[in-house]
Write a protein that binds this ligand. Structure first.
Ligand SMILES: C[S@@+](CC[C@H](N)C(=O)[O-])C[C@H]1O[C@@H](n2cnc3c(N)ncnc32)[C@H](O)[C@@H]1O
Length: 291
């Protein structure tokens, strides 16, 4: 018998919640946001909230995690429930979808036969880092990389908030030169390194270093992080974007796009394009204004 812990929190608290969960030795987790249909019988999410369903080996681990979540997020109402024992790995697999975006196929190792004739294959098995490729924000970034990199062979790329490393791996496989990915989460960096090895691009520079400690500027900077974090990082993201370079920003809900646009315009960046997928938006800025 497994046990699950359900917690619904406002999006702004999702990172803190994930940090607490990371320290509780979970077997795995599912994140539900407004882009996903609720599973049959599940109540809809409250507006602006995300739900984490975290799995544990035993009741004790789940209850201990519940206690830690309550201590860090007193407003959250974490619930523990037993999970009917079925083949865990098979259940998990049902939720994973491979995607084809332009020349790129991204999917888990048990679906590689679905890659077909895609020239770029990226295998990402689900784990404790965000980025199996099938989130609309990740898909939009992949589409932009697929579009931009052929015009910029050997371009340097910085992937801020690399998660599983999926975008950094895609950039390198699409012909980028130097590729750096950073993340505040050390677990994500470790997973990104493993994914880079598995995908035969061990040369990627994957690091926990914050933006201000990364050397140089980059022809393409991509960041798929929540809007409030992007606004805080605006001066540092602009400083890392080379003259004539492009900055791709997502993780932004359409209601937040204007605020993000203004934050980057204050840094001298010029909005070049806006792309949307459902309620998610990707903003492309160029640094020509300051050239
Ligand atoms: C939505 S995931 C994106 C993962 C992947 N790049 C993708 O597009 O699928 C956001 C990632 O940003 C990381 N992150 C959050 N704040 C950050 C910051 N200030 N600097 C770097 N990474 C950050 C999180 O740990 C998380 O792994």
């Amino acid at each position: 018998m497994y046990y699950s812990l359900h917690v619904e929190v406002p999006e702004e608290a999702a990172e803190l919640l994930q940090a607490v969960i990371d320290g509780t030795n979970p077997l795995g987790l599912e994140i539900r946001d407004h882009t996903l249909k609720p599973p049959p019988g599940a109540p809809p999410l409250k507006p602006g909230c995300v739900e984490l369903k975290v799995y544990y080996e035993g009741a004790h681990e789940a209850e201990e995690a519940q206690h830690q979540v309550r201590a860090e997020l007193p407003e959250a109402e974490p619930r523990v429930a037993p999970v009917e024992e079925e083949d865990w790995s098979e259940t998990w697999k049902k939720h994973i979808r491979s995607v084809r975006v332009g020349r790129i196929w991204v999917g888990p190792s048990w679906q590689v036969e679905k890659a077909g004739d895609a020239p770029v294959h990226i295998v990402i098995d689900p784990g404790m880092a965000f980025g199996t490729g099938d989130h609309p924000t990740t898909e939009m970034c992949l589409a932009e990389l697929d579009l931009e990199l052929p015009c910029r062979p050997g371009a340097s790329v910085l992937d801020v908030g690399t998660g599983s490393g999926v975008l950094a791996i895609a950039a390198r496989k699409l012909g980028a030169g130097r590729v750096v990915g950073n993340d505040v989460d050390p677990v994500a960096v470790q997973i990104a390194r493993e994914n880079a090895e598995k995908n035969a691009v061990p040369e990627l520079e994957l690091t926990e270093k914050p933006l201000e400690r990364l050397g140089g500027t980059f022809d393409l900077v991509v960041a798929n992080i929540f809007a409030n974090v992007l606004c805080q990082l605006a001066p540092r993201l602009a400083a890392r974007t080379a003259k004539d370079g492009l900055l791709l920003l997502t993780g932004i809900l359409d209601t937040q796009a204007e605020e993000v646009q203004q934050a980057f315009e204050r840094e001298g960046m010029k909005l070049q394009a806006r792309r949307a997928s459902g309620e998610w938006v990707l903003l492309t800025f160029d640094n020509r204004a300051s050239a």
